[in-house]
Design a protein around this ligand. Structure first.
Ligand code: UDP
Ligand code: MG
Length: 307
């Protein structure tokens, strides 16, 4: 009998944990050919998630948990789950029921058809805020134009991976983890399934605007050095413009019409100052990443687990 591992990161999700366990259990009641295990990864929750997980773990043999020593972020929580998953296939999904467990049979179906990785594409339902839809659209547009892996609009961390893919992903010891990109990057035979995102069951979104912007930067810079090229192109472009300017300067010198133009001077100083700072910033981001990665600290710390 095959086992399916379900990895669920949870950060302050006390109101959702029992519900999602029940729904998954219901789904597997109809999938009698499969065993399942749920690995909840408590990513430093400050509510009662941990005690809820301990109760669930005592109640149901399928429920396992990993407790982080603090909040390490969604991506590392999923990674930890993958690191410990035992199944022939691993499904990762959110704790808030926005990733419908009812889709699990379909994911498994395509896996059985021979796909190594079955990912999902989200279509927003009516009730999602205009702001969230728009930011998500912009996020993918920027991501696709600036990175080297193609990441489809609406992709999330709701996917099934065959054990062979999981094994590869486990080896990626990246501080700056972006699973959406990584799971495309690995290749293998992939298939997409669409679904409509439901509302959060309980609690609120952990992705503030600030976190989303940071996530967007991570997505771009973890997967591509294109921004560095953009910086160089800008450099070339403006140097060329500068060259064009030289004849005029000489002309103005010879004809003694040189310049009352304080405004244009200040403008270009401010403008080029800005461009240089942006480029320094881009360099800084990459150097910062190297710094953090070089220290080679663990990407998460497990404080307790029940298996
Ligand atoms: N999450 C996490 N650590 C964090 C933030 C979020 O483990 O630092 C989990 C959260 O509990 C949920 C999933 O990641 O299971 C997605 O988070 P959320 O639903 O808040 O994101 P949204 O759906 O609003 O994009
Ligand atoms: Mg959510």
């Amino acid at each position: 009998m095959k086992t399916i591992s379900i990895v669920i990161p949870a950060f302050n999700e006390e109101g959702n944990l029992r519900k999602i366990r029940d729904e998954i259990d219901l789904v597997f009641k109809n999938l009698t050919d499969y065993h399942y295990e749920i690995i909840f990864v408590n990513d430093g929750s400050r509510d009662n998630s941990q005690s809820t997980l301990e109760l669930l773990g005592a109640e149901f043999a399928e429920v396992k948990f990993l407790e982080f020593s603090r909040n390490f972020g969604h991506q590392h929580a999923v990674k930890a789950g993958l690191d410990f998953a035992q199944g022939n296939a691993v499904i990762s999904m959110d704790a808030d029921l926005q990733h419908p467990p009812q889709l699990i049979p379909q994911l498994i179906h395509y896996w059985e058809q021979g796909y190594d990785l079955v990912y999902t594409l989200r279509e927003y339902n009516q009730s999602a805020s205009y702001f969230k839809k728009k930011t998500s659209d912009v996020f993918y547009k920027i991501l696709v134009s600036l990175s080297d892996v193609e990441i489809e609009k609406g992709s999330s961390d709701f996917r099934l991976m065959d054990a062979s893919v999981v094994e590869v992903v486990r080896k990626a010891d990246e501080t700056d983890l972006f699973l959406r990109g990584l799971s495309k990057w690995v290749g293998f035979k992939q298939h997409a399934v669409s679904y409509t995102a439901g509302d959060r069951f309980a609690g609120e979104s952990k992705y503030s605007l600030k976190k989303m912007i940071k996530f967007a930067f991570t997505g771009i810079t973890a997967f591509s050095v294109k921004p560095l090229y953009v910086a160089s192109y800008l450099g070339f472009f403006f140097s060329f413009l500068g060259l064009l300017y030289i004849p005029y300067v000489i002309y103005a010198f010879i004809t003694k019409t040189e310049i009352s133009g304080w405004a244009s001077l200040i403008m270009s100083i401010v403008f080029f100052g800005g461009v240089q700072l942006i480029i320094l910033g881009i360099l800084g981001i990459y150097i910062g990443k190297m710094f953090v990665q070089l220290k080679n600290r663990p990407n998460y710390i497990i404080k307790s687990k029940n298996f």
